[in-house]
Design a protein around this ligand. Structure first.
Ligand SMILES: NC(=O)c1ccc[n+]([C@@H]2O[C@H](COP(=O)([O-])OP(=O)(O)OC[C@H]3O[C@@H](n4cnc5c(N)ncnc54)[C@H](O)[C@@H]3O)[C@@H](O)[C@H]2O)c1
Ligand SMILES: O=C(O)C[C@H](O)C(=O)O
Length: 316
């Protein structure tokens, strides 16, 4: 059976967790790339050795040589610093823009046809950096955050109502930060609008917890940030591309007039398939959500300007 090649740049907590899930689903043969070649090789070997027990058969290798990503259909960028308690994601910008720019140059050289999913924080600015440095078309560069933020909201709703999270839908848009926009009207449980099942007060508490969901895990872990739910969210996006599922998921996509915004990456619903971000879907936002979305846009524009100042013109 022909399997696509999937490159995971960064074999840390998020990269390795996502790689393991991708291998278990047999979505493709994997190459893990990290500045720490020993760790990339060791984790690749360990994941591959779990195959006979877990019941999957894919190739998994580790390397620090970008030539090994040649021919990758999907490249996921998870390399970079994670935040610690008390930090905001934006504090990672200086260090991570350097790391991500360097990686983007390697991706453009060695995997020029790839679809790229950016995960490194601060997410919206890093995905913009990757587009600018690679020069790839917008449909081939996207960011993972909305699937994760929505998963958190789904989980909190399912806990509150004591129902299966599988039946809960949620849509969190905007930037991946405290200004994210959980869209109440897009939340349902078994097809029933959430507003019929939860009081406005309880729903507001869930929305607030969702906004700080990443920070909640950081405070508990103390040494870094979340990786199980991020790993699952990356896997869902990779699957939608390599299996051409055309799922509508919230992703950081490049807006070219949609939502009245241009030349900016931000979280919106989009159809994800074998053509990457195939279509941005515009949904109705209430006045309050629209204001929050606009505030999100402003915060991302500021971060992107900072990222450009660090990485230089054209992200080079
Ligand atoms: N978008 C999201 O929703 C989301 C979710 C979780 C984590 N993140 C972000 O993902 C990133 C990784 O998180 P983590 O928990 O895996 O961190 P981690 O420290 O466990 O792993 C990061 C890895 O990057 C590697 N690395 C550093 N510089 C590199 C380079 N130049 N080339 C290749 N590899 C390099 C490190 O060696 C390390 O293995 C962080 O920026 C974090 O904030 C984003
Ligand atoms: O919170 C973080 O720093 C990591 C990630 O963005 C998350 O939401 O878990």
């Amino acid at each position: 059976m022909h399997l696509p090649k999937i490159a995971m740049i960064g074999a840390g907590q998020v990269g390795a967790t996502a790689a393991h899930l991708i291998a278990k689903k047999e979505l493709g043969n994997l190459v893990l790339v990290d500045v720490d070649a020993g760790m990339a090789r060791g984790k690749a070997l360990d994941i591959a050795e779990s195959g006979p027990v877990a019941g999957f058969d894919v190739a998994v290798s580790g390397t620090d040589d970008y030539a090994d990503i040649a021919g990758s259909e999907v490249v996921v960028i998870t390399a970079g610093m994670a935040r610690k308690p008390g930090m905001d994601r934006s504090e990672l910008l200086r260090k991570n823009v350097e790391i991500v720019s360097g990686i983007a140059r390697q991706v453009a050289e060695h995997a020029p046809e790839a679809y790229v999913i950016v995960v490194t924080n601060p997410l919206d600015a890093m995905v913009c950096t990757v587009k600018e440095v690679t020069g790839f078309p917008p449909n081939r560069v996207m960011g993972m955050a909305g699937v994760l933020d929505s998963a958190r909201m789904r989980r909190f709703i399912s806990q509150e109502l004591r129902v299966s999270g599988k039946d809960v839908t949620a849509m969190v848009l905007g930037s991946h930060g405290d200004r994210m926009v959980p869209v109440r009207g897009s939340s349902t449980v078994g097809g029933i609008p959430i507003t019929e099942l939860l009081s406005a007060e309880r729903l507001e508490a869930i929305v607030e917890r969702t906004r700080h969901g990443g920070g909640e895990v950081v405070e508990l872990l103390k040494t870094g940030s979340a990786y199980y739910a991020p790993g699952a969210s990356i896997t869902e996006m990779v699957e939608s591309i390599v299996r051409d599922q055309r799922r509508i998921r919230p992703v950081a996509a490049y807006l070219q007039g949609e939502y009245g915004v241009s030349d900016l990456y931000i979280g919106v619903p989009a159809i994800i398939g074998s053509g990457g971000v195939e279509q941005v879907v515009e949904i109705h936002l209430t006045e309050a959500e629209r204001e929050q979305f606009d505030a999100s846009v402003e915060s991302v524009r500021k971060l992107i300007a900072e990222a450009r100042a660090v990485s230089g013109p054209g992200g080079a």
